[in-house]
Design a protein around this ligand. Structure first.
Ligand SMILES: Nc1nc2c(ncn2[C@@H]2O[C@H](COP(=O)(O)OP(=O)(O)OP(=O)(O)O)[C@@H](O)[C@H]2O)c(=O)[nH]1
Ligand SMILES: [Mg+2]
Length: 488
């Protein structure tokens, strides 16, 4: 559907050139990636071997620092290894981003193919253990920076700790800090727990939370799987049942990843189709504004006020302002183009996009089995939830205004933490104490991050508080809760 219907339109209307690059086959075919990180010898490679039930080509396991490369473990009927340089150039593989990480890194990156059942649905990224002190710094590449790139492109990040030798070095902390922005993907594994008594285990767990509390906002909210993830029998069977159920849940969560990933991809396509539609309206509007003389000046002026242009098109076309891409996407490249040469609006094209939005994409959604529809829908932005029709106390105009601010703050729509939102909330004039209370009330998921709707709510409460309407400490009135949240 994308390659036959949407891509030709994106190319015709320069969407790929002016807004965001076109999608490639690799973007659709890529399996969800699970990134494994941790101090050396915590059992990352053994974890992969246990779940894949295979020795992947090039595997090395041992008590010393052993894995010395970032290794993508992928499904392949024939066992083989592809080096990093080739991977970074292969458009059908999801690793083109690795070319940003330099040659020093590419020699320490490879993909290892092996026929394991779980790899039909997932790709694991095994990584070299994080070393302490000089040894870590002597690496030919910037480890935290590379971990960050892989984290950005992964669906789940598993941080593995050795319960028997819990040692969270400064270097490990540095890597965890580099995951900022991806913290919602983090899961923790407290490995080798079978070597501990229940009492020791409790102490280790407490100490892990305490250490992480200094680096991650709310470590208690992150799922920790406790157990011993390798083939050997448990050394201490005291907690056997618990370890088995932990393992079962971890495997279930891994199995759910591809399903969530499909829904997320459909959701992204819906957003893309809406942006493309508003982009086509925008080009047409701009073209019609061009005077016979003084073209360049007028173009520059319109580009500088692209927000107002969106507002006007939104009114004329009755098209929601939220379906326009972030104004920051339209940079100098738009102003430099000759708008007279832009392809004109064609109603058939608009019809085609409407068909995609109202027929093709919902069809995909229903092709996804009912069981799939149930999977973690809470976590997923389901584009077909008609939540907009539900009543929300916050006035529409205020919401639209905040959505525009949000699009600038978070162009890719990721939830944002206090550091990124603090200034905007303080600009409302609310006091620090009021803002502290408001944050506590609106951080419904207790993740230390707000999504778009929660940001709107936070800004609304802050503005009201600044005017003397300070909210109560208790739960928020139902009509103030964003409708998207009431469904959960
Ligand atoms: N008790 C116990 N030992 C384990 C477990 N997993 C791995 N080990 C042992 O821990 C040591 C390190 O295992 P690896 O899988 O190589 O650890 P790693 O994290 O990949 O190490 P690096 O690649 O060097 O970072 C080996 O001696 C393993 O036999 C486990 O679940 N329980
Ligand atoms: Mg290893």
């Amino acid at each position: 559907m994308y390659f036959e219907k949407m891509l030709p339109l994106e190319q015709k209307y320069l969407y790929d050139e002016l807004i965001t690059p076109s999608l490639r086959r690799g973007d659709f075919d890529a399996k969800p990636m699970v990134l494994l990180l941790g101090q050396f010898s915590t059992g990352k490679t053994s974890f992969v071997r246990y779940l894949t039930k295979k020795n992947y080509p090039g595997i090395r396991i041992g008590p010393e620092p052993t894995t010395d490369k970032f290794i993508a473990i992928m499904y392949g009927e024939d066992e083989r290894i592809i080096p990093g340089n080739a991977l970074s150039l292969d458009l059908d593989k999801p690793f083109t981003f690795a070319s940003n990480l330099g040659n020093g890194f590419l020699t320490k990156f490879e993909a290892s193919f092996t026929p394991s059942e779980i790899l039909k649905t997932l790709t694991f990224i095994d990584t070299p253990g994080i070393l302490s002190g000089e040894k870590q710094r002597l690496r030919e590449y910037d480890f935290p920076e590379c971990a960050k790139w892989f984290a950005n492109n992964s669906d789940m990040i598993i941080l593995i700790f050795d319960g028997f030798k819990l040692d969270i070095s400064d270097e490990v902390k540095e890597v965890i800090k580099a995951l900022h922005g991806n913290s919602h993907k983090i899961k923790l594994v407290l490995n080798k727990a079978d070597q501990l008594t229940s009492q020791q285990l409790l102490k280790v767990y407490g100490s892990l939370m305490w250490s992480l509390g200094k680096i991650i906002d709310t470590p208690e909210n992150i799922r920790v799987y406790i157990g011993s993830f390798w083939e050997q029998p448990y050394k201490n069977s005291e907690n056997e049942k618990f370890f088995i159920s932990e393992e079962r849940e971890l495997i279930e969560d891994l199995h759910n990843l591809p399903k969530n990933s499909i829904l997320r991809k459909i959701s992204e396509l819906v957003k893309r189709a809406k942006f493309l539609k508003s982009h086509i309206f925008t080009l047409e509007f701009l073209r019609n504004q061009i005077p016979t003389f003084g073209r360049e000046k007028k173009q520059q002026q319109l580009c500088e006020n692209i927000r107002d242009v969106f507002e006007e098109i939104s009114k004329i076309r009755k098209f929601p302002i939220t379906d326009f891409p972030s104004p920051s996407c339209y940079g100098k490249s738009l102003w430099e183009k000759d708008w007279n040469r832009m392809p004109p609006l064609n109603e058939r094209v608009v019809q085609l996009l409407d068909e995609i939005l109202t027929r093709d994409l919902p069809n995909f959604m229903s092709m996804v089995s009912p069981e799939l529809m149930d999977v973690n829908l809470n976590e997923i932005d389901n584009p077909f939830d008609e939540t907009d029709n539900l009543e929300w106390t916050i006035p529409q105009e205020f919401r639209d205004q905040m959505r525009r601010i949000w699009n600038d703050l978070s162009p890719n729509g990721e939830p944002l933490g206090g550091g990124q939102l603090k200034n905007k909330m303080m600009e409302t004039g609310a006091t620090r104490d009021q803002l502290k209370l408001i944050w506590k009330l609106v951080d419904l998921d207790k993740t230390g991050k707000l999504d778009e709707d929660l940001f709107i709510l936070a800004m609304y409460l802050s503005k009201e508080a600044a005017m003397g309407n300070v909210p109560n400490d208790g739960p928020l009135p139902a009509l103030l809760i964003p409708p998207s949240r009431r469904l959960q």
